[in-house]
Design a protein around this ligand. Structure first.
Ligand code: 6PG
Length: 240
């Protein structure tokens, strides 16, 4: 247990399986009318999608009765390799025939602020007030960012009320993302962090005394009771 959530260190395949187990257990315990599960973006999930699709790790009844989305998105068309939802759809949701009405991409055809507004409306139709997602998957960058909270991000300075927003980041341009307030409105947050490239950032986040703006994943301290970190040996190699 850390100040930023529960830490599980293991082999990649164990972590892949644990991510499914945690999400399915959350669904089984949930009273949600619409169970919502947000995947994260970047490269880490790609291998996980592949594995989940090939191994049928997610039970068919969960796939058929869950609303899927992504916790943050780039402002690119769904058919782009950069599209977080596009990747989840191509690698998992489509091969597993998840009903189209259960697939909820951010509407990136609009300009960012309008896309965020449209997405907020979609999520408000699915969820009761006060809920963002039942399960939110996140990754962590080697600069210790998570979701689209990059170092210095405006989102880390405000305790705004919206759960989902558009933010123009100096590092990556416009991004659509769950906000820190939105993270606190999730049922379970699973952060998958793999590889030696993340070891320094993970140590800064979990053990360092960096400011939040320099180690944005420290935002998870505000919802540590619902956070599980799934970390491999390489990423955990600098932890004391
Ligand atoms: C994104 C992700 C981002 C990602 C981290 C880790 O849209 O890129 O949401 O927050 O989780 O950058 O990315 P990797 O898994 O590629 O290292």
């Amino acid at each position: 247990q850390t100040d930023y959530g529960r830490l599980l260190i293991g082999e990649k395949m164990e972590l892949f399986a644990e991510a499914v187990r945690l999400a399915v257990a959350q669904k089984e315990a949930s009273e949600s009318t619409n169970f919502t599960w947000a995947f994260t973006g970047g490269s880490t999930p790609q291998a996980w999608y592949q594995w989940a699709a090939e191994t049928d790790a997610i039970p068919a009844e969960v796939l058929a009765s869950t609303h899927f989305t992504v916790s943050d998105e780039r402002c690119v068309p769904l058919n782009s390799d950069e599209s977080n939802f596009g990747n989840a759809e191509r690698k998992l949701l489509a091969p597993k025939s998840v009903p189209v009405e259960h697939r909820h991409p951010w509407v990136v055809a609009y300009e960012p602020e309008k896309a965020a507004e449209a997405y907020r409306r979609t999520m408000q139709l699915l969820n009761p007030p006060g809920k963002a997602y039942d399960v939110c998957f996140l990754g962590m960058g080697d600069d210790a960012h998570t979701a689209s909270f990059f170092p210095g991000s405006e989102l880390l300075k405000s305790d705004g009320s919206v759960f989902f927003a558009a933010v123009d980041t100096p590092q990556k341009g416009w991004r659509l993302t769950i906000t820190p307030t939105g993270l606190q409105a999730c049922g379970l947050i699973v952060v998958m962090t793999l590889g030696a490239g993340k070891a320094e950032a993970l140590k800064r986040v979990l053990e360092g005394d960096d400011a939040l703006l320099d180690a944005p994943s420290k935002i998870l301290k505000t919802c540590a009771d619902k956070v599980v970190w799934l970390v491999d040996e390489a990423a955990a190699s600098q932890l004391s």
